[in-house]
Design a protein around this ligand. Structure first.
Ligand SMILES: C[S@@+](CC[C@H](N)C(=O)[O-])C[C@H]1O[C@@H](n2cnc3c(N)ncnc32)[C@H](O)[C@@H]1O
Length: 259
């Protein structure tokens, strides 16, 4: 690592974790954004318990020159700035020094609007790994060559553009961490929820039984679990059909015996 002193990880929230803890490594220009909401509620409790670990690395110390520049103007002209390949490579090498190079064990991800849309299947894939490294872009993005050189997978939060990859990284981490053993009190709640069976989830109700003239479907108060299951399945199918024709078509195809 050429011009850099020893850049330090900014956040090592649960250093005495069990060895099996899932690890999220984040490279960012705004390390102060972490753990943010990930330090709250169930993900925060799991972080405190050492069920997962968050290693946040500030990209700035890897910058070049007296001013630690991390970006430069786009080749070919145009607006904005691009994160430099050499700076990113130094950060990636530093962060990757102690982790598996097999991407199936440890995905290396650049959060990008150009990426494959993040979904529950990807969350499950990441959660099943030993950890994941997430590179957060800023400005116009990163030099393409670093993506090619390191075989980096691009993942998008959706068809919109944010100012940086940090919120997307937090969404990815949250979705993966909650699938890790022991993070949610009731494991069944990840098995029944939206996307787990290719359908959106059925509606939920709770007390009071009547609110502003609106009641709860009688079946849900009947205690008849077979009928409750049927109603929930029918509602999940109705909502999926109405709101997500893409998911519905895939569901119908699967029931017909398709891939
Ligand atoms: C202003 S954006 C760059 C947008 C890029 N010039 C483009 O048109 O695709 C800056 C950074 O925010 C992050 N970002 C923005 N929108 C995102 C999204 N929908 N999903 C994931 N990351 C996103 C990426 O890391 C990106 O490098």
């Amino acid at each position: 690592m050429s011009e850099n002193p020893e850049p330090q990880d900014q956040t090592d929230v649960a250093p005495d974790r069990p060895c099996s803890a899932w690890v999220a490594k984040v490279i960012t220009l705004v390390p102060g954004a972490f753990p943010g909401v990930l330090g709250e509620s169930l993900t925060g409790k799991a972080l405190d318990e050492g069920r997962w670990r968050l290693d946040v690395t500030d990209l700035r110390p890897f910058g070049v020159g007296r001013h630690k520049n991390v970006d430069d103007t786009p080749a070919g002209g145009g607006a904005g700035m691009v994160l430099r390949a050499d700076v990113l490579a130094d950060a990636l090498d530093h962060v990757g020094a102690d982790m598996p190079t097999d991407r199936a064990r440890w995905p290396l991800v650049y959060l990008s609007p150009r990426g494959a849309r993040f979904d529950q299947a990807t969350a499950q894939r990441f959660a099943a790994c030993e950890g994941v490294t997430l590179l957060c872009g800023r400005f116009e993005g990163v030099d393409e060559r670093v993506l090619e050189e390191y075989g980096i997978e691009e993942v998008s939060l959706g068809d919109f553009v944010m100012t940086g990859g940090e919120i997307a990284a937090m969404a990815v981490i949250d979705a993966a961490v909650r699938l890790r053993p022991g993070v949610l009190g009731n494991l069944a709640s990840t098995e029944d929820e939206s996307f787990s069976h290719g359908l959106l989830e059925h509606p939920h109700y709770t007390r009071p039984a009547e609110w502003r003239g609106r009641t709860i479907p009688d079946v849900l108060l009947s205690g008849h679990h077979g009928e409750i299951g049927k109603l929930r399945q029918a509602e999940a199918e109705r909502i999926t059909r109405e709101r997500r024709p893409d998911l519905w078509a895939a569901h119908v195809e699967k029931k017909r015996g398709g891939p």
